[in-house]
Design a protein around this ligand. Structure first.
Ligand SMILES: Nc1ncnc2c1ncn2[C@@H]1O[C@H](COP(=O)(O)OP(=O)(O)O)[C@@H](O)[C@H]1O
Ligand SMILES: [Mg+2]
Length: 226
């Protein structure tokens, strides 16, 4: 398959977990997401993380699409080499759209829709695992969710609450100017779709407080392996 070497991100040992390569596949515009090896991980752990995340990402991309949430179409998966070949969504990251000089109302409408769509994911027991405005693409007036490698299927209030907390943290860190307004609009959309939203959003605030008051000894260091 002819593939151009047009990287979205420079790959380096401590940097991105995957490299993204644009190309064509039977005439279709695709991207290859290649999970690369990290030399600082123990070999077996590295291998199984790359494998598990490739599987998780593929399953969740497909399940979300089935549930009516737009995701790139998955064309091919190469588990041995940790590669997903998927549709190239030639849009912009929501992060960029929300940083533009457009009316605040337009931004709030977009975030409200994101709230509805995350609600729809959660209604289908799909946890994204890395909800940020860099992992949602805006293309031809539609929103596409990508980057499900840390996601899972779960019915629990806790998992859904943590997903919402990631979104809230992204608003605070990346869209600090309107973070309160954005989170309010997000919740409005989310509440419209999710019947037990009150319990989930309450748990989000609890999880946030827990994060603030964590003692060093309470911190789970598993992430050092990831
Ligand atoms: N299907 C796709 N279509 C278009 N661009 C994509 C697609 N998948 C990923 N990208 C681009 O590559 C970037 C990194 O991909 P992502 O799946 O988010 O991996 P990472 O885990 O490195 O964040 C995205 O922010 C987006 O700009
Ligand atoms: Mg990403």
């Amino acid at each position: 398959m002819p593939v151009t070497t047009n990287f979205y991100q420079d790959y380096d040992e401590w940097g991105a977990e995957a490299i993204i390569v644009e190309g064509k596949w039977f005439g279709l515009e695709i991207i290859k997401k290649i999970r690369v090896s990290k030399g600082y991980r123990i070999k077996q752990i590295d291998e199984s993380l790359r494998q598990n995340r490739t599987i998780a990402e593929t399953r969740l991309l497909v399940a979300s699409k089935k549930a009516g949430i737009k995701t790139p179409h998955v064309f091919e998966v190469d588990l041995e080499n940790h590669i997903i070949i998927m549709e190239n969504i030639k849009g912009e990251k929501v992060k960029e759209v929300l940083s533009k000089e457009i009316f605040l109302d337009e931004k709030l409408n977009l975030v409200y829709t994101i709230g509805e769509l995350v609600g729809k994911l959660h209604k289908n027991d799909i946890i994204h695992g890395d909800l940020t405005t860099s992992n949602i693409l805006f293309y031809e007036d539609n929103l596409y969710f990508i980057d499900f490698g840390l996601g899972k299927f779960s019915k629990t209030i806790e998992d859904k609450a943590v997903d919402v907390l990631l979104m809230k943290k992204c608003f605070t860190s990346t869209h600090s100017e309107y973070s309160k307004e954005f989170f309010f609009a997000f919740q409005k959309g989310y509440k419209k779709i999710v019947s037990n939203s009150a319990s989930i959003l309450k748990r989000t605030i609890k999880a946030e407080a827990r994060g603030r008051y964590l003692k060093e000894s309470d911190i789970n260091c598993d992430y050092l392996l990831s």
